[in-house]
Structures are given as structure tokens and as C-alpha cells.
Design a protein. Sequence first.
Length: 212
Amino acid sequence: MDRAEFNALHMPALEQNEVRHNLLLGLMSQDSPGPAADEMRRWTLGGAGACAIQTSANRGVILGDLEQAQCRALAEEVYGSVFAGAIGPENTAPWFVERAIELGLSFDGALPQMIHELREPPVYPGAPGKARRATADDLRLVFEWMAAFHAEAVPDDPPVTWEEVARKSRPSSSRFITPSGTSMQSVHSLGRIRCFPTSPATRIAWRSRTAA
């Protein structure tokens, strides 16, 4: 199944709960997947929405709308290959990791991640001005912000590159807050996350020690 067929099967089902599956949907909807697109691995483990993606060998397996048996089956399938952990909503990652540990792999502790949903344009507290779309002239500021964010939020992940930020910084995905009379501050808005207030859904990430 090629990328177009994979997306046609799974995206409509995942979009029924866009906040829960924003990470997968963001990857699937990229117009230009990037130079590592040939390394991307895709799994269909059942009907529409029951899928997983790994963008490259140094990244984790991103889980879709999977049941426990499907997560365990996927852990068995990827056993012996290189992957940096597992990321998925609710219990999907723990189910995957449980089976992977039974097979002899080891992982660092879980990293729970609360999922937020934006329902109105973001307003940075205490900063005058308004959000606007980034342009090519803002690329350096976007890169500096993304590099700092990744270093703080996901220090174990590979650092972002200039090429990656340039490819992803499309008008629909990058925003800036421009305070009146002061220097510009950057705010990056993930294109598929829409939040506010916080939804009760969570995503859990596990990092494989063998991939470190």
C-alpha cells in the first residue's frame, strides 16, 4: 500500500477525533514529506484508523486507533528493527511496550503528554498585538524557536535542522505574536491541533533504551 492509499484509508477515520490523533495526521497530511520519506514505515493492522507510522529509524513508532491485540502484534513485527520508542494515545503505547518488554527490549520511563485543542485564535497573556502568518523572512526566528523548544521538550529526539524547519514552516502551520512597540516573539501553532480548554485525552511516549 503506497502513501496515497494509506492516507485515503486511514485519514478520514483518524479525523473523527483530530485532537487525539493530531501527531499522526500532521505527518500524513504533509504536502512534502521530506528527504527521508523513503525511510517511512507504515502499518495497517485492521480497519480504517488502525495504523501506525515510523518516519525514520531514529524516531519512535507513532500509534493510531489501535486495540490491545493490534499493539502487541505490532511490537512483535518491529522487534529486531531499530526504533526509538513508541508514542500513542491513551493505552496504545503501554500495550505496545508491554509486549516489547516481554520480547526482551528495555525502555526508559513513560512520558505522559496532555493534548490541548485550540478553539479560538491564540492570545499570548500580557502581550499586545495579534497573531499573523509567518513568511520566508521569519524563517530564522522560527528555526531558533523550534530548536529551543525541542531542546527543552524532547531533548532525547534528534535536533531539528534548518532544512526540516524550512520544509515544515508553511503559512498554515507557523504563527507569530507581534507585540506593539517591542521585538517580535514567536509562537508555533501545530497545524492539526485546533484547544482550549484542555481535553481529557492524553498521549504517552516511551523511549527505547536500545535506540539511545
